[in-house]
Write a protein that binds this ligand. Sequence first.
Ligand code: ADP
Ligand code: MG
Length: 700
Amino acid sequence: MAQAQNQELTERFIQFYRNYYRDAIGQLAQKYPNEQRSLYIDYDDLYRFDPDLAEDFLNQPDQLREYAEEALRLYDLPADVKLGKAHVRLRNIDRAVDIRSIRVHDDHIGKLIAVSGIVRKATDVRPKITEAAFECQRCGTMTYIPQSDGNFQEPHECQGCERQGPFRVNFDQSEFIDSQKIRVQESPEGLRGGETPQAIDIDLEDDITGRVTAGDHVTVTGVLHIEQQKSGQEKSAIFDLYMDGMSITVEDEEFEDMEITDEDKQQIIEISNRENIYEDMVASVAPAIYGYDEEKMAMILQLFSGVTKHLPDGSRIRGDLHMLLIGDPGTGKSQMLSYIQNIAPRSVYTSGKGSSSAGLTAAAVRDDFGDGQQWTLEAGALVLADKGIAAVDELDKMRPEDRSAMHEALEQQKISISKAGINATLKSRCSLLGAANPKYGRFDQYEPIGEQIDLEPALISRFDLIFTVTDQPDPEHDGKLADHILKTNYAGELNTQRTHVPTSKFTEEEVNSVTEEVAPEIDAELLRKYIAFSKRNCYPTMTEEAKAAIREFYVDLRAKGADEDAPVPVTARKLEALVRLAEASARVRLSDEVSEEDATRVIEIVRSCLQDIGVDPETGQFDADVVETGTSKSQRDRIKTLKQLISEIEEEFEEGAPVDEVLDRADEIGMGRDKAEGEIEKLRRKGEVYEPKTDHLRTT
Ligand code: ADP
Ligand code: MG
């Protein structure tokens, strides 16, 4: 551009500032450079002032920004103020681009675009050298070399003596700027049916660094650039995309992307008034999976979730429900879990093993994202699912690091990371829907679940509902299951044949009628909107009747264990779970009140879950210890008795207590030889007894 034109553009910006940003610049002048170093320009203001100038800014951002900043330096300010290195940052531009749809033919390279998503990774903030001062060790002359991204540039020769150094970088004479790199990934709600989220890396500099952390939902305005990929020294023909961030805004985490039209709203309200609303909801979850009505109902309640309560003392009770399916392989757990993605307004589906270095929670890692030197904070599944649902299959296979972070993540709904100078608290206000297999492959009904899955009791107790899924042959059930699976598959066959074989002998009506039978009752897309709408608008409160019903159920359960020696039936955690579930039940029909029916509905679910897992298999009593410590009371008693027995007997024999003798006496006191044998084996594994000689025992 010609000199005159440059001046003209600078003049335009000065005029613009005078008309629109007089006060803002005055404030910047007062706070510069320590508290504020940028003038933020709203795109709408610039457009109103001069549409051509605004569009030029979008299309030639690097040049226009220079004029805008030059104008800022020339702007008439009080004599003693200089805005030497102040930035001009444009925001709220009207060129929002989906991360996954950035393509060359859209002609956005080198231009200003805005992307929205969730911060998946963020490096810590580190100084970056922008101009290096090389001091010649022979003659002392300083050679200044501007540094851009990429490799560190060194001088070919000294500007003074023209020899090749040696040089030393003089830090005082060099210029540095704060820098940070983040990776922004598409928001989970933007994805349909399990698409892999796409991401873009963004470089941030100076005053906009350190503003966001992993897990934040952001909109970034910046210049789209391309960079040639390299593997070692080899240059590739393929380029990478990245952005230079100009401004960054943290967005509110609600389902902002979910648009609900008036027409949708009408449909939603109509459905909510249906007589069979609860049955219809259940029939809308994974229709290809036969049965599991209770589990599906629980999944629905989880999707709607309870109300997050803020107490006057500042504390908070989570409204999100956590649910676990434990069971035999091949019982449809994975299928049900993955269906969540179709109906949850925001969801993340992953396996316990995790696909990223952050796993399920979060991690501070040192990888090539931050030049290999910088630490990067990376958000895992539970953070990415913030305000949504995290479906985690094979939860029992999660990594040890996740295990310990999980307790806090589930109850306090945050994850604290403190490592290598990174101190961060990430939000994980999500519901966890987990699936796990029993430790020894198949489920054993006569063992407490705590011993059968690889999750520690403290973690298990955080689940509001735990369902056990056993796979036992039962001719009647098996027949119905077979019919259902065959029907679903047949519908799939018909559908596929019709699309691929033009001469298919099946008519469209035939296909439709079969397909209809296995289709969800409420269309998945509408259900997503329904759920989002309800969570946005319904904040139900308990009626007296609902409170009374829950109270009675709880007190009654506790009373069963009131006997001094009896196991404690349930803990207060269950009570909160009941409240959450009942609130969710009210939300299903868009009600502001938790009715007695809501309470009864969820009491039935909780009772049946407790029966499946909380019951001490030997006494038939509810035993919270089974759930919360993994060992039932009768089992603990037995272990104690047996240890005592062994120590008594070993007194009588020189070489330790003979196993046969121990089993005989155990039998005498009614324990049974088999049970005793099993417990001895466990004691031996735990190292509480050992064998000084074959078939002899000693206590430690
Ligand atoms: P899991 O994760 O419990 O090991 P999967 O979800 O992988 O089991 O299910 C295995 C297969 O069996 C799937 O193809 C699933 O559709 C089918 N299946 C299992 N149980 C059912 C059921 N109740 N109804 C329909 N299909 C089922
Ligand atoms: Mg599975």
